[in-house]
Design a protein around this ligand. Structure first.
Ligand SMILES: [Zn+2]
Length: 291
């Protein structure tokens, strides 16, 4: 079975600059750009909205791979959302949400997300490329950037779902795994804040901008999971990850911030009688590969 990963920007520093630099360095618009945009227009209302809202069309188009248009379009949307959202203004970060509203938080330099590796024995979990890239390689970022990726991956999943009919038969991509991983990181980050970093915990739990942002993002993620879970080809090991996200253990801090109980959408609950095995784990990519 051919395995592909959804959008995962290796080594992305989560500001516009590295991607911008790569875009302008290449300067090339792919030959299939017109075809890709036609596909986007015809099949992906959300992707089309993001394309229209993106100021730098060349940047959007640069991510398209002609041999893999549907999935690379989801990556274009993911990266363009980073650029739209990623501006600093008086140390605030704004996020453009999937429902096309904005939310923001103030940057407070809280503990780094890489610390979450301690919960997995100090190293990425075997076969988990997200741990490898977001906790190990770019782990020196705090909750602001967990939320940044969380949000980008909801957009990414929306577009993957809209384009899923075009994904070649026999292929699975990891779009839903990516979002599920970031839901898990957020849950564990809040737990760790509460237990090990009381000042950071207070800085999050007592800040209405943070709590509102987390609530909004979580609700929109669950709404998208409900729509996407019936589409098997856009998830790989997501069942396993979602089990951890929705396990009652370690959920006290998340519950406190959300103010409501997280609920796995019924569409994501696999019937117990279903004997389908979990898909194969994703194939690690060569360093520097953009997916
Ligand atoms: Zn990203």
């Amino acid at each position: 079975m051919l395995t592909l990963l959804g959008s995962l920007f290796l080594g992305l520093a989560l500001s516009a600059s590295p991607a911008d630099a790569r875009s302008s360095a290449s300067g090339a618009t792919p030959k299939c750009a017109a075809e890709a945009l036609k596909i986007l227009r015809e099949h992906s209302p959300h992707g089309t909205r993001i394309y229209r809202a993106t100021k730098d069309k060349k940047f959007f188009l640069w991510w398209i791979r002609c041999d893999d248009i549907p999935i690379s379009l989801a990556t274009s949307v993911h990266e363009s959302v980073h650029v739209m959202s990623g501006h600093y203004l008086y140390r605030e970060r704004s996020y453009f949400l999937p429902d096309q509203t904005w939310t923001k938080v103030r940057y407070k330099d809280l503990f780094h997300r890489g610390e979450l590796l301690e919960e997995f024995g100090g190293r990425p979990r075997p076969g988990n490329i997200y741990d490898e890239n977001y906790l190990l390689q770019t782990g020196n970022q705090d909750i602001v950037f967990i939320l940044e990726e969380f949000n980008a991956y909801v957009h990414d999943l929306m577009v993957s779902r809209e384009l899923s009919a075009l994904i070649p038969e026999g292929t699975r991509v990891s779009s839903r795994d990516a979002l599920a991983n970031f839901m898990f990181y957020l849950k564990r980050y809040l737990k760790r804040a509460k237990l090990k970093h009381p000042k950071d915990w207070e800085a999050i739990a007592q800040d209405p901008e943070y709590t509102a942002t987390i609530r909004l993002m979580w609700r929109q993620a669950e709404a998208e999971l409900a729509k996407s879970c019936p589409v098997p080809q856009i998830g790989m090991r997501n069942q396993e990850i979602l089990r951890d996200v929705y396990a009652p253990e370690d959920s006290e801090a998340l519950l406190e911030v959300l103010g409501f109980a997280p609920a796995l959408p019924k569409e994501c609950v696999r019937p117990p009688a279903d004997p389908r095995p979990e898909p194969e784990p994703p194939v690690p990519l060569a360093p520097g590969t953009e997916i």
